[in-house]
Write a protein that binds this ligand. Structure first.
Ligand SMILES: [Zn+2]
Length: 289
């Protein structure tokens, strides 16, 4: 008798856990369509472009990007959903999905991007290097980030602890020191973001787009399951999950055309690795004529 009850209970528990596992997420079969998604990367925003172009996108241009996406039926999806799709086959909306990210935590993300994002109600992922937050004058504060988090529109992921150039550090440090340094950059960033913002940090944006096998291995050991770099093509399941491409967004005189050309590309086109976003000097590859 006791044994029978135990078996029934086990069956119930098994059934219930299956429902829990599959009830929340919708999975696509392996034969399902392969999604190619453009991941847009912004840095700074402002009313005008400064004399030295620091990858600022003007307020008007950013707003026109969101309007363009909305008017043409594009769906901005959370970056987290795309990572889930890569890991588990979570279904994402067809080929009109777009992802918006912003790196570095510049204060204009709060002052300029945030109000527009709220108005258009789109999800955004910020890649932050926590050593600067609430410390450097050009960044946001933890309180501002928490205020953004409360809207449910923002996710926060890692851009390492202080945005090092790993190539320079590797030359500068002894091998053992370098290993420790790399580990610290990945772990401390994840720990600090998780503690301050109560988020699950599993994704990394490579500072200056620099990555290699050794760094990927260390990042995976620290608990990262996906990484983002900068290449002008769509991200897809055929990409290396630790080096997914993103489009570096710069200002343009014709934002609709600029964004339209990006959206018309695919994962097969525009394979142009960039050696670090700060070194790119705002080159407008999409043409501005
Ligand atoms: Zn950066």
């Amino acid at each position: 008798m006791y044994r029978g009850v135990k078996i029934i209970l086990l069956v119930l528990v098994f059934f219930w856990s299956s429902v829990m596992a599959y009830g929340e997420l919708v999975y696509v079969k392996e034969t399902g369509p392969i999604m190619q998604v453009p991941v847009l990367l912004y840095h700074r925003f402002g009313p005008a472009i400064p004399a030295i172009n620091d990858m600022t996108v003007t307020t008007d241009v950013f707003e026109s990007h969101l309007k363009y996406l909305k008017d043409r039926g594009y769906k901005v999806i959370p970056l987290r959903d795309f990572v889930e799709y890569l890991l588990k086959g979570r279904l994402i909306p067809g080929n009109r999905s777009v992802i918006i990210t912003a790196d570095d935590g510049h204060r204009s993300i709060y002052s300029t991007m945030f109000p527009i994002v709220k108005r258009y109600h789109v999800p955004v992922t910020l890649f932050l290097y926590p050593s600067a937050i609430s410390n450097a004058s050009y960044t946001m504060t933890w309180d501002q980030l928490r205020e953004m988090e409360e809207t449910g529109l923002f996710d926060f992921q890692s851009h390492t602890y202080w945005h090092p150039n790993f190539k320079i550090e590797k030359k500068r440090l002894k091998p053992e020191e370098y290993k420790k340094f790399v580990k610290m950059q990945f772990k401390k960033s994840k720990d600090k973001l998780e503690k301050e913002l109560d988020v699950n940090v599993t994704t990394l944006a490579w500072p200056f787009g620099i990555y290699n096998d050794e760094l990927v291995e260390k990042a995976a050991e620290a608990g990262y399951v996906a990484g983002f770099t900068m290449e002008r093509r769509h991200a897809s399941p055929s990409d290396n999950r630790m080096a997914l491409p993103r489009y570096l967004m710069v200002n343009s005189n014709n934002p609709e055309r600029y964004l339209g050309r990006i959206l018309a590309r695919s994962s097969a086109q525009g394979f142009t690795p960039l050696e670090g976003h700060l070194l790119s000097n705002g080159v407008n590859e999409e043409g501005d004529e």
